[in-house]
Design a protein around this ligand. Structure first.
Ligand SMILES: Nc1nc2c(ncn2[C@@H]2O[C@H](COP(=O)(O)OP(=O)(O)OP(=O)(O)O)[C@@H](O)[C@H]2O)c(=O)[nH]1
Ligand SMILES: [Mg+2]
Length: 363
């Protein structure tokens, strides 16, 4: 293994790239001995490259200032789409059966899902809300989203260890972009971040992550294309621990949920984390493209079964008029939506706030 330090850029933070050659040993999570053999060595003495990298860790206060994206603008299409139709139906006075049927159809068209739409309408009808039927539907929708602490952040995976975040999902949903945005957010909040280039299918995927890492001031641990992703995660974990990083975020290949071997690869990454940090509780974020519709639920269930999801990121909310998938996915999985993506800019990943979301939809 060798370490390469990028030259200091006068305008940006120090950027350190950790490069591991293609022929680096790949740990097989089945064997402790193999894992130990693949480890880059636990401690950093003063003269080691690890120590040099630690000294080069960017100033925690030097993270790029990011401007938060606009939630109201991000849900404008949904507000003008299925929510506008719903309000149009309910705004005509005392709703009759036909009106409630239209509300149900509108919710289904907005990707809330048929079973859930029927439940919402039944409950809203029964309520006879003093502020009218629209308020009843709005409150029923809001009630589907579990309350969460506004102060939520990634927890250390184990005491004294970095938070470990695995980002999973099918092709093109926005995983790598989301990781870049998360890295920038964490850095802007003064935390240090290491990224793991666990999508080894394409060289371009590694380069894409490096570009985000450079921008955020987060070193990227990468092996060559085709390398074992679990080995990349293992090395990245070691680097993050040695550097006392606050957060390690691992990219993974976009993969079809029907391919069980690929699911097994994700499970192997989890085993590697658990062996390196016994009892670790990694955050497993499932990235769902909001424009996918109800098919996204099947994807999410398959990933949940394989890896045990702990959070959901709903991307491209800005590109859909059917934001009802937010309600559907939380209800179906019992896993919280943690972030929503409302655009391609670095600040366009917003921590999910249910009340603000519902208010923006009905604004
Ligand atoms: N409009 C919009 N575009 C987004 C958002 N998030 C990601 N994208 C775009 O979606 C496209 C795919 O993003 P990637 O991050 O490469 O997706 P990925 O899941 O890593 O893709 P693979 O690695 O190929 O599986 C890019 O063009 C992103 O800019 C979002 O919230 N809104
Ligand atoms: Mg990617």
């Amino acid at each position: 293994m060798f370490w390469r330090r990028r030259p200091r850029d006068e305008t940006g933070p120090v950027e350190a790239a950790i490069v591991i050659p293609d022929d680096a040993p790949a740990p097989d999570a089945e064997s402790e001995a193999e894992l130990a053999a693949a480890a880059p060595g636990p401690s950093a003495d003063a003269a080691s490259p690890e120590a040099e990298l630690a000294a080069a860790t960017p100033d925690p206060a030097a993270g790029e200032r990011i401007v938060d994206g606009d939630l109201a603008a991000g849900v404008a299409r949904s507000r003008g789409g299925f929510i506008a139709r719903l309000r149009g139906a309910l705004g005509l006075g005392d709703p009759d059966t036909a009106t409630w049927e239209e509300v149900e159809e509108t919710l289904i068209a907005g990707d809330v899902g048929a079973a859930l739409a029927i439940e919402i309408v039944e409950r809203a009808r029964r309520r006879r809300h003093p502020d009218g039927p629209e308020a009843a539907v709005r409150e029923e929708l809001a009630a589907l989203l579990a309350p969460r602490a506004a102060t939520w952040r990634f927890d250390p995976a184990a005491p004294g260890a970095p938070a470990v975040v695995l980002v999973v999902g099918v092709n093109g949903t926005g995983k790598t972009t989301t990781i870049g945005k998360i890295a920038a957010r964490e850095r802007a909040a003064g935390r240090t971040v290491v990224l793991a280039a666990g999508d080894t299918f394409r060289a371009a995927a590694i380069e894409q992550l490096r570009a985000w890492g450079d921008r955020a001031g987060a070193p990227v641990v990468a092996h060559g294309p085709g390398a074992d992703p679990a080995a990349v995660v293992y090395d990245a974990l070691d680097a993050a621990i040695a550097r006392r990083a606050d957060v390690l975020v691992a990219d993974t290949a976009g993969r079809l949920h029907t391919k069980s071997n690929l699911m097994e690869e994700l499970a192997k990454m989890r085993r590697v984390i658990d062996r390196r940090l016994p009892g670790a509780r990694p955050e497993v974020l499932f990235v769902l493209d909001a424009t996918t519709g109800q098919n996204g639920l099947a994807q999410a269930r398959a990933f949940h079964d394989a890896t045990g999801l702990t959070g959901i990121v709903l991307t491209k909310l800005d590109s859909t008029a059917k934001g009802g998938i937010v309600f559907a996915i939380e209800h179906a999985l019992g896993v919280p939506v943690r972030f929503v993506g409302v655009g391609e800019k670095v600040g366009d990943l917003l921590p999910f706030d249910p009340d603000a979301f519902v208010a923006a939809l009905f604004a």
